[in-house]
Design a protein around this ligand. Structure first.
Ligand SMILES: *[C@@H]1O[C@H](CO)[C@@H](O)[C@H](O)[C@H]1NC(C)=O
Ligand SMILES: *[C@@H]1O[C@H](CO)[C@@H](O)[C@H](O)[C@H]1NC(C)=O
Ligand SMILES: *[C@@H]1O[C@H](CO)[C@@H](O)[C@H](O)[C@H]1NC(C)=O
Ligand SMILES: *[C@@H]1O[C@H](CO)[C@@H](O)[C@H](O)[C@H]1NC(C)=O
Length: 252
């Protein structure tokens, strides 16, 4: 099984904190994730509970594109969340969560506090303490790749406006915590596509708070916005932009 996975692990140390930013690239699929060094799987029972938890999440999430679950008792109890983007069908959702699980269990093997945004498609998180509804302002992962924009200051202006638009869409409950859109600007000579997502355990207020923190950090995490594509993820929300259409066309 392992041999099927040709995985390249790139590690970036973010410039401002000691939080390790992790990116996993597997045949073109990019996933951003974090395994906190502060929480380890203490017992075989906890590890078994995590296996049961993610199996349960995979089946319940693919029905509704979102679920939370708790598994086990006492100090071995674990909490989990699964979510798929709102246009992802049941089959792809389950497949995505299985892929995310396999990656997490491989690369975060002994960790009990783990989250991953997999290929813009699904999110999986588990933790040995209850995290539902909370925003962690200290945990970030970022990944950028690509050229400088032709006209950096026009590009930045266009990008900021677009990110603000898709973020305000993501906090509307009817949108299932997803905002997406594109814009073209003559001044920047660029079309930008952007996606903003929150995990659906967050209130509208907390989603807004989370996205404000993440987008407020775009300058810091995206090479001063001097790159044509970047993603910044935290435990509970995620922003991604590119100059090509990187997500499936959503309904509407
Ligand atoms: C781990 O714990 C230390 C000390 O409490 C904290 O400073 C650090 O931010 C934590 N790391 C993560 C990834 O949560
Ligand atoms: C899951 O991973 C397999 C093997 O890498 C890949 O072929 C498949 O497209 C992936 N599916 C999803 C939904 O991520
Ligand atoms: C716009 O970008 C295209 C593709 O990079 C380039 O060929 C063209 O010269 C640019 N036009 C202007 C006005 O900068
Ligand atoms: C990754 O996402 C892209 C865009 O949504 C999709 O076309 C592709 O099939 C996905 N790949 C996998 C392996 O899931």
């Amino acid at each position: 099984m392992m041999a099927l996975f040709r995985l390249v692990l790139l590690l970036f140390l973010s410039s401002c904190t000691a939080v390790l930013a992790d990116v996993l690239i597997d045949s073109g699929v990019v996933s951003v994730y974090s395994c906190s060094e502060n929480s380890t799987i203490a017992t075989p029972q906890m590890s078994a509970n995590i296996d049961s938890l993610v199996a349960q999440l995979t089946s319940s999430t693919s029905q509704n594109r979102f679920s939370v679950a708790t598994y086990g008792k006492g100090t071995d109890q674990v909490y989990g969340l699964g979510q798929c983007r709102r246009d992802v069908n049941i089959k792809d959702c389950a497949r995505c969560l299985r892929n995310a699980t396999l990656s997490i269990r491989t690369f975060c093997a002994n960790r009990a506090d783990v989250w991953m945004w997999y290929n813009d498609t699904c999110t999986l998180r588990f933790h040995d303490s209850k995290f539902f509804g909370t925003v962690d302002p200290s945990s970030f992962t970022n990944y950028y790749l690509g050229d400088h924009p032709q006209h950096p200051s026009a590009f930045k202006k266009q990008l900021d406006a677009l990110i603000s638009k898709v973020s305000s869409e993501a906090i509307v409950p009817a949108n299932e915590a997803v905002g997406k859109g594109s814009s073209f600007s003559v001044a920047s000579n660029a079309t930008i596509y952007a996606l903003a997502q929150c995990t659906r355990d967050l209130s509208q207020h907390s989603c807004n708070e989370c996205l404000n923190i993440v987008t407020g950090n775009l300058l810091k995490f995206c090479n001063n916005e001097k790159t044509v594509g970047c993603r910044v993820a935290s435990t509970a929300c995620y922003v991604h932009y590119e100059t090509y259409q990187f997500y499936y066309p959503l309904d509407s």
